[in-house]
Ligand binder design. Sequence first.
Ligand SMILES: [Zn+2]
Length: 427
Amino acid sequence: MAEKDFIFGLKGNIVYSKTTEQLEICENGYLVYEGNEIKGVYSELPQEYKDISVEDYGDRLIIPGLADLHIHAPQYTYRGLGMDMELLEWLETNTFPEEAKYKDLEYAKKAYKIFVDNLQKGATTRACIFATVHRKATLHLMDLLEISGLRTMVGKVNMDRNCPDYLREGTQESADETIEWMKDIQHNKYKKTQAILTPRFIPSCTDELMEMLKMVQMRYQMPVQSHLSENFSEIAWVQELCPESEFYGDAYDRFGLFGADSRTVMAHCVHSDERERARMKENGVFIAHCPESNMNLASGVAPVRTFLEEGLHIGLGSDVAGGATENLFTAMAHAIQASKLRWRLQDDSLKPLTAPEAFYMATKGGGEFFGKVGSFEAGYEMDVVVLDDSRLEHPQDMTVQQRLERMIYFSDDREVYAKYVAGEKLF
Ligand SMILES: [Zn+2]
């Protein structure tokens, strides 16, 4: 039958999440898909699929692609440097001088190529990416990502206060450049790369700019990304800058840039109080939990157990270069480790995260920001990573779950054997 020509299968040890509590495991099973749509996972091929062609990955692990809800592309150049500072000092010393270099398109081309090549080799299939204030360099980053096959959302950053003069945009200029950027994007006709509105954070955007950005957001129906409640000094600063706001998240919400009518992801939320969490839930705001960055910049440990219990949308972010690596397996390990420190040192009523919970956040939890992404339930998009864990020798028998757990702690792009994004095989 002709229509079956478009249905394919992958065979291997399949692992994915439906819920936070447990992993779904199908040993030596079949993942059946048609184009960009998962049809199902089966231990034996059903009669209707018995003639489809199957790619046999043997004893390897087959998992959904990972979603990075927060990463800064221009900061990839200095990952692993200056990790002994706190946030505001780190921004002044490391971040702003480096981001200024992206005014030079030749520098941006070199730097962004390294970033995109590395992101493509790893297990990440989806990402929410900050660029810089520079429109041309941001477009170049989007060109490279489009070619990479990854599915990403990319933001030209907006900043019109509290940053060095060499990076500061005028208020009108920032809004105008964002509109020009959106026009360029419509002209470039990207299929895999989407624009996301990116006010850096409240301290770097005036009220006037936030009002203008809301108009841009509505005009182009854009999703939104920013930072929230990362650090105590930052929270106090927002209260000074926006004395009328009830809490940090309310400062975004007053401008209509905190979910509700736009898909929104906020990085960190380390110190989000009850009111802020209630507003995030009401407005459907996603949290990008970035445990490594929160440790490196001494921001604290987010109450992830509370987020999960309260039913908030949560995924993981690498937050390069607050985090040193784009490897989301490392982010899973850090999420578990940080939750244990929080439980031991700060609040023993919030039990630490489990490996299935961390895996859920890196796949289905974050994937939901992009739609039906991050699981192998029927109807989900076809994002798949095949892992070859044979480099990690062991004398004893291991279950598939144990092998996946070791991937969380040990794997890097050397284990990524094959990768499919939205139905397209990248390698
Ligand atoms: Zn960030």
